[in-house]
Design a binder for this molecule. Structure first.
Ligand SMILES: [Zn+2]
Length: 325
């Protein structure tokens, strides 16, 4: 039960020069730049400011502009939240890389990667300025957050969480999310997650599906994960019937690469548990000759696959995660 006195204890939320009252939802726009046409491009942020006190959660999607699953995950998660009943606040950025999204590309117009541009600065290239804006006004204002991604370059990912599992509270958040796999991922220089964690904002990365595609299952797992975390941290009422899952916890991962150029017939599927020597794919030339079998060189679980049948020698084919002994 939430005491009615809570209402008086929640103050309006200030983000940039916007003020959001408790128990309301608003979309604000943070100006990024002016286009050559003179139009202003801005970063839209959805703010749900709960009527009751609680944690502050950030959600970001499309940091890589062509990874659209996260946009649907944010839409569907927020549709389940009523600001008059919410404890705490949500700061959600459904399209972080606005310019990349409009061009349906991973990168910014100058080919920079927004997820290597953090913490950014107010005077650097566009990516650095956008990273700075997002970090200053959204991420650094929160207690914890989830950054939503998909596979790149014609690759698809099994729904999984990447996080620093050496940090106990982060590991608990990762488990609470409920994805089938959790992968320990060291911080990567310039990433949103690194910048957030450096500022004390515990952050999970959710990876699922592929760029340029919506996947109903991956969106569903992502939405449930966000709601699970909000319930566990008391932003939403607990569900008594919550089912506990036991994820595959991996400490490392590696891509198995093509041993020759050609066309790939993939035998492995996302989520397959591999035994050493198992046949994963066949590569042959355009005439079906010169066949070569790609085999698992160790045990593990398949968390990523190439979906492009045409490969060059050395191209990434199958992403395997496992627990180091
Ligand atoms: Zn990404």
């Amino acid at each position: 039960m939430i005491a009615s006195a809570d209402k008086q204890s929640v103050k309006p939320l200030h983000v940039a020069d916007h003020v959001i009252q408790p128990g309301t939802q608003a979309v604000i726009e943070l100006p990024i730049t002016k286009l050559a046409t003179g139009s202003t491009v801005s970063l839209p942020v959805i703010i749900v400011h709960g009527a009751h006190p609680g944690k502050r959660l950030f959600l970001t999607a499309a940091v890589h502009g062509d990874e659209v699953n996260g946009i649907a995950i944010i839409q569907r998660s927020l549709a389940k939240v009523n600001p008059t009943r919410l404890c705490g606040s949500i700061l959600a950025v459904p399209v972080a890389n606005v310019l990349g999204f409009l061009q349906e590309t991973r990168y910014l117009p100058d080919r920079r990667d927004l997820n290597r541009s953090f913490p950014g600065s107010s005077s650097g290239p566009l990516g650095a300025r956008l990273a700075h804006l997002l970090l200053q006004h959204v991420i650094a204002q929160c207690d914890y957050g989830i950054d939503l991604h998909s596979g790149s370059d014609h690759r698809t990912n099994l729904p999984h969480i990447r996080a620093d599992l050496n940090d106990g509270p982060t590991k608990r958040l990762a488990r609470t999310f409920g994805a089938p796999v959790i992968l320990h991922a060291p911080k990567r220089a310039g990433s949103l997650r690194e910048a957030a964690v450096t500022r004390g904002v515990r952050t999970l990365v959710y990876e699922a599906g592929e760029a340029h595609r919506w996947s109903a299952n991956d969106i569903d797992v992502g939405m449930r994960g966000i709601l699970n975390i909000m319930r566990a941290s008391k932003m939403l009422p607990q569900k008594h019937s919550a089912v506990r899952s036991s994820p595959y916890i991996a400490t490392t991962s590696r891509w198995i690469r093509a041993s020759r150029g050609g066309l790939v017939t993939m035998h492995a599927r996302l989520g397959d548990i591999l035994s050493e020597g198992q046949s994963l794919a066949t590569i042959a030339d355009a005439f079906g000759t010169g066949k070569r079998i790609v085999r698992a060189n160790q045990r593990g679980i398949v968390i990523g696959l190439s979906v492009n049948p045409v490969v060059h020698k050395g191209d990434a084919l199958i992403h395997v995660a496992w627990k180091k002994r």
